[in-house]
Ligand binder design. Structure first.
Ligand SMILES: [Zn+2]
Ligand SMILES: [Zn+2]
Length: 178
């Protein structure tokens, strides 16, 4: 898995929210999610399952008729993940019903996706430390839309981050997005 590089806006680096860190690899800059919680305050980070050397984000997910654990790459904009199950081909564009792996509470929230041709009305809500900032990921399996909701940061800056999407060289449509 090789990450390709997109520039991180300097305005964002100057006001990096808690739970997100900035790393440099080979002279290039990346944002990495360090901590996320469900609405009940359970950590969603899996220290023991690492992707690109960082703890991954663990979700209990149902995709169509299949259910199990998913470990999502903590690199912002990367869509690499490991599945504890195999989504069926018919379900590749289904809505991922994500739950906290500790308490089972749903992580879905209402949000109309603006990505071309997606039309999903649901997103996966992941809370950053402090209970104010959050990350929204379109719940449609295969849709790359994701967004940072940072209070006290102008939309002009956060909207630039939305456009950061990394794809690994071993890019495979089945394992893109959630
Ligand atoms: Zn929980
Ligand atoms: Zn979408």
């Amino acid at each position: 898995m090789k990450l390709t590089h997109k520039k991180v806006p300097v305005e964002f680096l100057a006001a990096l929210p808690e739970g997100i860190k900035y790393v440099q690899k080979g002279g290039m800059d990346f944002l990495v999610i360090e901590q996320l919680y469900c609405r009940e305050g359970h950590s969603l980070m899996a220290e023991h399952v690492r992707l690109h050397g960082e703890p991954s984000i663990c979700l209990d997910a149902r995709i169509g008729s299949q259910r199990g654990r998913i470990f999502v790459d903590a690199y912002w904009g990367s869509h690499d993940k490991l599945y504890g199950f195999l989504p069926r081909e018919d379900d590749l564009h289904a809505i991922t019903e994500a739950h906290c792996p500790h308490c089972g509470i749903t992580l879905l929230t209402e949000r109309c996706c603006s990505h071309d041709g997606c039309g999903s009305k649901e997103a996966i809500l992941l809370n950053l430390p402090g209970g104010i900032n959050s990350i929204l990921v379109c719940a449609r399996h295969g849709c790359p839309d994701h967004e940072l909701i940072i209070k006290r940061m102008p939309e002009a800056i956060t909207s630039k981050l939305r456009k950061i999407n990394y794809f690994s060289e071993s890019y495979d449509d089945m394992f893109q997005g959630i």
